[in-house]
Design a protein around this ligand. Sequence first.
Ligand code: DLL
Length: 438
Amino acid sequence: MAFWNEKIETMDRRELESLQSERLRHTVQRVYERVPFYRRRLDEANVRPEDIHGIEDITRLPFTTKQDLRDTYPFGLFAVPLREVIRVHASSGTSGKPTVVGYTRGDIEHWAELMARNFAMVGVSSEDVFQNAANYGLFTGGLGIHYGIERIGATAVPSGTGNTIRQLELMRDFGVTVLHCTPSYALYLSEVASEMGIIDELRLRIGCFGAEPWSSSTRRELEDALHCKAYDSYGLSEMYGPGVAFECTEQDGLHIWEDYFFVEVIDPKTGEQVAEGEKGELVLTSLRKEAMPLIRYRTGDITRLLEDECACGRTMRRISRVLGRADDMLIVRGINVFPSQIEEVLMNIKEIGDQYQVIVDRKRHQLDEIVVRVELNEHSFTGEITDLQRLREYVEHRLRDMLNLRTRVELVEKGTIERTAGKAKRILDLRKLDGDWQ
Ligand code: DLL
């Protein structure tokens, strides 16, 4: 079993907690002295850096939100002068200003270290040829992953996004063994690869997929289609980018690097920590970031902490696969629905394709309606259910079992739903377009 930094990755929990406490104290002191925003926030909360003795005092500190990043756009949360910032990244966000993050030379080093830990954990080594089909630009999945590949010494193929046929030709010609991209793009790559008839010429062994929610059924589908092991990679720009948490070869939750991040899971409504193992919003405090440390950052992502020991020997705790963002959760007729639950059902039905879209609408004086638009595939006419009417009813039935909610299914021709090389847009909430109704 390959470790990048075995001493840290298998560290005794008590030792780890004391390291976290020391780093937390340092971070709080640093933001109080250097970031006017945090000085104000801490003063308002009546907390002084000396009051924070260790991680047991974390709940005394106020939360930081995405809105705070927008309000201080672009560089208001930097804790170092701009001359020490050697790179910025930004995430576009759906509304308003993008959120900007800055990195010192030290931050870039640490980020590469985290990435290397993750890659080593799933068996990537200098023997591998690693294609990064993520956008190289302000998105952190390009350069962030790239520096990790170089750190571990694999051969980087920085293909970026776009031109899917060319991506696959490179994969075949260069003997690519590891692929990184979003899971939705991986599905598209596998679809095109099978159309080109080149799957058997590929030498892929490992797929690292992340940046958006995906289900365990999609994992199975990708592993079957691409003949590789598929691992979930979680991260967010505000905490460097990719690299925050990653699955090990057990494929049972994502180890989160607790020497870099203090982890909490809270009830998004009350802000209180939830009981052990309960689902809630992930809140992260950076423990080593220099340019832009964040205290109790509300990620908006819904997950839970897995406390039991992992067979891989790492002592760093795991989070479960991220269900989705709290603000992507659809509340339909009082029932909470995550698109990832819909995906779980769809991926298990052989007679339909893997591209889908969820449309939520509310007609005047009527109940909300969920329409699940899903593509047909080559099995739709040859599988067990060949009658399309029956197939539609079957999908509706399965969705109702999972969600406790009636949905309307629309079967559409293969190729109808737009493919993307980045994060897929799976939900269309038409209710949000109509101010009167929200
Ligand atoms: O998506 C960083 C990243 C790049 C992670 C490449 C993994 C691979 P942002 O663009 O800032 O950063 O978006 C962060 O994406 O808060 C989650 O809502 C979502 N997300 C990221 N990874 C996963 C995942 C990058 N594995 C936001 N599962 C996060 C579910 C994910 N959601």
